[in-house]
Write a protein that binds this ligand. Structure first.
Ligand SMILES: CC(C)(COP(=O)(O)OP(=O)(O)OC[C@H]1O[C@@H](n2cnc3c(N)ncnc32)[C@H](O)[C@@H]1OP(=O)(O)O)[C@@H](O)C(=O)NCCC(=O)NCCS
Length: 171
């Protein structure tokens, strides 16, 4: 899959080379579960690779076309219970040097279109820390709207749930 400036491809074991620039960077992980060490990154990668077969979708590695360099990941994660409902979330994290160029919005929009056109999902959510204003802006630019809050395991304050509905299947 690709957009005008980005290329998406499935993750593989080899991606442990660049993933620390995302998952071990304190600034990138500021609104998440904290930085991951080498073992945590290896487990994260195995989990994402297992999801391709389990769910039929997952998270892609994202590269910048112009440089050919990896800049982060974007894709879909299955949640079994968000306020009592099964949901699919768009997940995205980019290396710091790639921020501020519109890449996350471009990647989220492409992922949203894939979810709606290819997987025919009725809705897609984004779960976002209320203080993560850049991520909230990305979600809003990609057509997501605030719907509710959710208390996730391991957090002591609620995250926000943003939702986009499939224009073809909604209503
Ligand atoms: C959030 C993140 C993905 C954004 O990536 P990005 O490529 O810089 O996003 P974009 O350039 O597409 O858009 C960012 C928007 O947020 C705005 N923004 C950035 N920082 C902001 C801040 N502190 N307050 C308000 N808006 C902010 C930008 O101005 C831009 O909006 P604009 O186009 O209207 O000017 C990136 O910062 C990141 O990877 N953060 C760490 C991981 C993360 O938080 N992931 C999301 C988890 S829910």
């Amino acid at each position: 899959m690709e957009t005008s400036r980005l290329i998406f491809r499935p993750l593989s074991q080899k991606d442990d080379v660049w993933l620390p620039a995302v998952l071990a960077d304190g600034e990138v992980m500021r609104f998440s579960m904290g930085v991951l060490e080498r073992d945590g990154i290896a487990r994260w990668l195995l989990d994402r690779i297992a999801e391709y077969e389990r769910d039929g979708f997952g998270v892609w590695a994202v590269a910048e076309k112009a440089s050919g360099e990896m800049i982060g990941y974007c894709g879909l994660l299955r949640y079994l219970d968000v306020n009592g409902a099964a949901e699919v979330e768009v997940a995205y994290r980019l290396m710091r040097h790639a921020w501020g160029k519109g890449y996350a919005t471009e990647a989220v929009m492409e992922t949203r279109d894939y979810a709606f056109r290819h997987l025919k999902l009725k809705r897609l959510i984004a779960i976002i820390d209320p203080a993560n204003l850049a991520s909230i802006r990305v979600a809003e630019k990609a057509g997501f709207s605030f719907e509710s809050t959710v208390m996730l395991d391991g957090y002591d304050y609620p995250d926000r749930v943003y939702v986009a509905s499939n224009p073809v299947l909604a209503g």
